[in-house]
Design a protein around this ligand. Structure first.
Ligand code: DGY
Length: 291
């Protein structure tokens, strides 16, 4: 076994060097696994086990072409990611980031009747873009906040109490738009300038999916022009870089990709990835192959 213990993502050169001759690769979403990595590994490589549910960092067709299995970590992180989505929704609509910055800067002048007002959730519509495991788990908690649920999905999912609708209608009618779709060529910049202008001026955008689903430049513009009320982001187009236009805005909550970051969940993700690797190396089918 060869364990990389660096605190930043392994460099391509080092990965190429250390993967040579191995049967299994357990990798992180910060590792780009492409044909060059697979070639550097050699023909004995049997599995690429991602420690993440999203697997847009892996060239799946290149793996399949070489007979290399690809696995991800669904289910074990659903609860943590759904809870976190609600944390973002509450934090951005109740302006927690702004409030904390004011307090820490010593600029709070005391309680006032109309100070830093936010938006209540009760009676509002939560619009979910994508209804996989995490989207569903987010939807499950909506009644607790008195929200109705609308969702987009390729096929209506028959979610009781939730309304299936096309993206344009969802954008135009939702008070919170929360992204839960995978990053694919079809979803890259799904939320662009045009999509943002369809949203209500009072609405909030939440992104816990993948950064490139949102055009960050367009979002910075929409937030600055107050075309939407606010946004909460956990993921970015070029992590760990963040679009300069977002950094100076008060109406966006910027979080460093923490949705699955609980001790329980990250342990579960690591265990599942290792179990996948062991299964495939010992001739068993993978537990959670990517679709
Ligand atoms: C995932 O698993 O795809 C998450 O983004 C990790 O936090």
């Amino acid at each position: 076994m060869d364990l990389y213990t660096g605190s930043v993502a392994i460099s391509r050169e080092e990965l190429h060097q250390r993967i040579a001759g191995k049967q299994a690769l357990v990798c992180l979403l910060t590792d780009t696994i492409d044909a060059a990595v697979l070639d550097a590994a050699g023909p004995q490589l049997k599995i690429v086990a991602n420690v993440a549910v999203g697997y847009n960092n892996i060239d799946v067709p290149a793996c399949r072409a070489r007979g290399v299995a690809v696995t991800n970590t669904p289910d074990v992180l659903t609860n943590a990611c759904a809870d976190f989505t609600w944390a973002l929704i509450l934090a951005v609509t109740r302006r927690l980031g702004e409030g904390e910055r004011v307090v820490r800067a010593g600029k709070w002048g005391g309680w006032a009747l109309d100070y830093m007002l936010g938006m209540e959730l009760r009676g509002k519509q939560l619009g979910l873009v994508g209804l996989g495991r995490i989207g569903r788990a987010v939807a499950d908690k909506a009644p607790a906040f008195g929200m109705t649920v609308a969702y987009t999905a390729r096929t209506p999912a028959g979610l009781p109490g939730a309304t299936h609708m096309p993206l344009d209608r969802l954008l135009a009618t939702s008070d919170i738009v929360s992204l839960h779709c995978p990053m694919t060529p079809d979803t890259k910049h799904l939320i662009d300038q045009k999509a943002l202008t369809k949203m209500k001026r009072s609405a909030y955008l939440i992104n816990t999916s993948r950064g490139p689903v949102v055009d960050e430049g367009a979002l910075a513009w929409a937030l600055k022009e107050r075309l939407i009320a606010g946004a909460a982001l956990d993921v970015y187009e070029k992590e760990p870089e963040i679009h300069a236009g977002l950094m100076t805005l008060e109406n966006v909550l910027l979080i460093p990709h923490l949705a699955s970051a609980t001790t329980e969940t990250r342990t579960g993700m690591a265990d599942l990835a290792v179990s996948n690797a062991i299964a495939v190396v010992t001739g068993q089918p993978p537990l959670t192959p990517v679709p």
